[in-house]
Design a protein around this ligand. Sequence first.
Ligand code: BES
Ligand code: MN
Ligand code: ZN
Length: 496
Amino acid sequence: MTATLQLKTAPVTEITTDILISFFYSEQFTAEHDVLTQIKQLTTLDVTELAKDEKFEAKAGQTLLLRGLAGFPTQRVLLVGLGASDDATVATTLDAAAQAAREARGTKATTASIALPSDDAAVVEAIATGLNLGAYQYTTYMTSKEDSYKGIKSIDLLTTEALKDTLSRAQILSEAVALTRDVVNMPPQDLYPESFAQEAIKVAEAHGLEHTIFDDHTLEEKGFNLLMAVGKGSDKKPRLIHLTYTPDNGEFHHTIAFVGKGVTFDTGGNNIKTGSYMYHMHSDMAGGGAVLGAAKAIGALKPAGVKIHFLIAAAENSVSGNAMRPNDIYRGYGDKTVEIGNTDAEGRLCLADALAYAEELGSETIIDLATLTGACVVALGDYTSGMFTDSDELYADLQASIAQSGEDFWRLPLHKKLDKQLDSQVADMKNIGGSSGGAITAALFLKRWVTIPRWAHFDIAAPAYFDSPKGTMAAGGTGFGVTTLVNLAETIGKQK
Ligand code: BES
Ligand code: MN
Ligand code: ZN
């Protein structure tokens, strides 16, 4: 659940919410600042003096909570630092706003007014989105959720009418990211390929997207044998989920595919994972979850100039007498054979079929997202997604999208010399590439199923899910990838 963002043109003195949250760049934090002046006038509290005592300097993410200000229109005031405006980025602004929402949560406020540091649309979008996402909590399975506090329900941003569209965009983006978090957080007995498809159909119907679901019979008939192989050990059969966005006027100059790994639980299969490695593997569909979130946002924002296929390759990698085995050989949808070297390298199998299909649909740009390798987590740490592409042109589009989303990516090489590690003695390739360069060989495996130049692979194994709270993020699904995909669709749509 997300809060409702609304625009308010009232002055600070006329607000009636439970809390006022005021954002400052560090250079703005002086006695002359409007909010500080108002507090001093109405309550006689010298905030700048108090801030000195509390060592509050409006550094990025720093907060100072004032309570029980007699004479002030709100019971609580939260001062939030954004750091020096020269150093602030979309990422630091999102983080500070999310941090503020967390602090506000602690005060049990349900309505908030926001005093902004500027009326720059990008800044306001980041603050509004960050606040809304910081307030997110996944409480569906908590027994007492009905009567327990649910966080801030409405957020009034004190700004001008000119920012109306910015706020509605922030609302759409935060609801989309929240949907991704919700599906990632769902327990695996409730989110499995078929129910994932139902969630996708709901999104499609709400936003006028076309939807086609290939069930296990259709997948088998059409030769999606790698996706089917991954699901063989489970009673919950695979699905290929396909939503399509076409602009209302039917005009587009480019076709994009967003392809997500949708492994609703990854036991490892016969190469079974041990306890701590298996825990949280319900989040192994986070790439697919991001694709679904992007579909929701794009269905609402309706960017011009692009047709977009959203593909989610959904399967449960489970164990049973029927599960795929090492040494099995399957022919993929892209008409190449794969020897199974390790049943735990299942994500690339699902994606291989979906990538080949995305290409058949005429996609000119393909982005896949997958919680693909532990090696990528080892390489880049907890916050960063690996990004692989051979196209510098697509890389430039991605850079522009990432600058806007503030998400954390690092480009890694599709090193040609490593490709032979995937050669098999008995089939066209095998699904593991040896002990070194695991994130790269996984990406090279995917590359074998794509021929168009504008393809990129995001290995989101690290940032898609936090198993413990990190910074401003609660534990659980993060919704990583959604905003970058939406920005990319808009970036490409505006070209030409
Ligand atoms: N889903 C995992 C990757 C993963 C690991 C995601 C940790 C999130 C956190 C993937 O299917 C997997 O098991 N990969 C193997 C590949 C190996 C068998 C070549 C891995 O990374 O160990
Ligand atoms: Mn696996
Ligand atoms: Zn996996």
